[in-house]
Design a protein around this ligand. Structure first.
Ligand code: OOB
Length: 535
């Protein structure tokens, strides 16, 4: 039987280790060490209150005890779909401490996607919140548990509702002995959801050693230390909010994490003022509303030293407004859940910060920019970014057939991003060759939506493209050919939601045309479709 995920070759592992490019501790030991060093310092602030490092670490021990009593065993996968609440951080570290593997699911996913993640990962438990916006994730989790016999437990942050679901609080024994770490640093730590270019979700395996290194090296690159107060504005399960430097990097450095329940500036600004937040991270689509609100707010934003922006392309005009209007410095972040993080340096010239996505985090990150035949292109020329390094995956989880497409034979990950290198050596993301729409930082695999569209009665062919949008970065347009009357956007929306797709995957616009344009090779000509939509 082939392994669930390909590990680094021994030789590379040794070499990275010798150079200090792998973390030698498990992720929950990073928290434990800070708890020993600064037990009374504030680790986590949320709507549920404040936890010192000692309190957070003890909560983690107690939930770890409760979880292993269920039992959840080392190596088992547990799907975690929680919004920015205290329970997320406690659950994450408790699972890591017992060696179980959290599968991080964004709350914005639809039920079909959550089910598919639970199935692909073989999850033994689902952890959900008692509410998310207007939806009740508990009902959805119960349905999934009914269909997937491997799912033995549904655990709820807050009110568990109907049995057999249980609250996370009920697993807290009140007191529990200190637990030893169950995992080895080179073990699988967690599974992340890839933005995807295929119809089924791909899971990204990350080890304690690579994720911990990603977090700690990022913390260093971002000047993170005990006086850092980080506001987690984007969903906590996003890689950006987790390790760039995010929750894990900030806690590993002894700083304070403040959870922001939603990304609006009217929620975030009072928290920045009250908690004296020094660092936060946003996707570009949120920046304009933050700038606008900064112009009228009475809140004191002066504690904020750095605003990180990443996840999608930030336009230069907006980038230049950040310093003067928010009174902090900008750091651009180009990252991917698969691994590679690239940052503009905190002391880089304004020109570099506003026009590039900086440089790879690790001296051991290998970056190639290649043309269509795989040959390196000269600086200043755009090509596909290939990357390999100490915290970048070598293959997806349980997807050996896919690896041949997404990795070169010598282990470079084909990012599908078009980049160029400036003469100074900074990366600039100029486009994308992967068939994906990046809608406000949320990644949509075109083929996934196309499959949904083809299921609609009368639809003969379908193609999804992303086109520039001033608010979202990109919005999605579905082109359809249909027999008889084409479905309206409303009908498309209803159908996608009925099929369990996430609301953000519903096309922003639906157009019916007589025939899809084809390339010389007979493929759907998406470039032409994009021209048709803007011209
Ligand atoms: C982050 O991670 P993912 O996995 O949601 O998406 C990765 C993809 C990249 O391959 C690229 O296509 C796009 O998102 N992207 C950017 C970008 N940052 C990410 N495109 C242009 N400019 C940027 N600055 O999005 C992510 C993970 C960790 C840190 C930050 C972002």
């Amino acid at each position: 039987m082939s392994p669930d995920w390909p590990r680094l070759p021994d030789e590379d592992l040794r070499s990275y280790r010798n150079q200090g490019f792998r973390e030698e501790r498990t992720l929950s030991l990073l928290l434990r060490e800070q708890a020993a060093a600064r037990s009374g310092a504030t680790a986590l602030v949320s709507r549920s209150g404040r936890l010192t490092y000692a309190e957070l670490d003890a909560r983690v021990d107690r939930l770890a005890h409760g979880l292993s009593g269920l039992p959840v065993r080392a190596g088992e996968r547990v799907l975690v779909r929680l919004p920015n609440r205290e329970e997320y951080v406690v659950t994450l570290f408790a699972l890591l401490r017992i060696g179980a593997v959290p599968v991080l699911a964004l709350p914005s996913l639809g039920p079909a996607e959550v089910e598919s993640l639970a199935e692909t990962s073989g999850a033994c438990a689902l952890v959900v919140a008692d509410r998310y916006g207007r939806t009740d994730p508990r009902e959805e989790a119960a349905r999934i548990a009914e269909r997937l016999p491997r799912v033995r437990h549904v655990l709820v942050a807050g009110d568990p509702g109907e049995a057999p679901a249980r609250s996370l609080a009920s697993l807290d024994p009140g007191t529990a002995p200190r637990r030893e770490e169950a995992a080895h640093p080179e073990d699988l730590a967690l599974l992340l959801l890839s933005g995807g270019t295929t119809g089924t979700p791909k899971l990204i395996p990350r080890t304690h050693a690579d994720y911990g290194y990603n977090a700690r090296a990022s913390a260093q690159a971002c000047g993170t230390g005990p006086d850092t107060v980080y506001l987690a504005v984007l969903p906590v399960a996003h890689n950006f909010t987790m390790v760039s430097p995010g929750i894990v990097g900030v806690l590993a450095a002894g700083g304070t994490v403040v959870l922001c329940p939603d990304p609006s500036p009217t929620t975030a600004f009072p928290l920045i003022a009250r908690e004296r937040v020094t660092l936060t991270s946003l996707v570009p689509a949120l920046v304009p509303s933050w700038l606008e609100e900064a112009g009228r707010t009475r809140e004191d934003l002066s504690p904020l030293r750095t605003l990180q922006v990443g996840g999608a392309r930030l336009d230069e005009g907006t980038a230049r407004r950040i310093g003067p209007e928010l009174g902090c410095r900008l750091q651009q972040v180009f990252g991917m859940a698969e691994g590679l993080n690239s940052y503009t340096a905190l002391d880089a010239p304004e020109e570099t910060v506003c026009t590039t996505q900086g440089r790879p985090l690790s001296p051991a990150d290998e970056v190639l920019v290649v043309d269509e035949s795989g040959e390196p292109v000269p600086p200043g020329t755009a090509g596909e970014l290939l990357t390999r390094g100490p915290y970048t995956l070598r293959g997806y989880y349980r997807a050996r057939e896919l690896d041949a497409l997404r990795f070169t034979p010598d282990g470079f990950y084909r990012t599908g991003d078009l980049v160029l290198r400036t003469p100074e050596g900074d990366l600039v993301v100029v486009g994308r060759i992967k068939d994906q729409v990046n809608r406000a930082g949320e990644k949509i695999a075109a083929v996934e939506v196309e499959e949904h569209l083809l299921s609609l009665p009368g639809v003969r062919s379908a193609a999804l493209v992303g086109v520039p949008d001033p608010h979202l970065g990109e919005r999605s347009i579905a082109f359809l050919t249909a027999e008889g009357p084409a479905p309206s956007r409303e009908e498309v929306r209803a159908a996608l939601l009925r099929r369990g797709a996430a609301p953000f995957k519903v096309p922003d616009e639906v157009r019916s045309i007589p025939a899809l344009p084809l390339t010389g090779a007979g493929k759907v000509d998406k470039r032409r479709l994009r021209e048709m939509s803007t011209g």
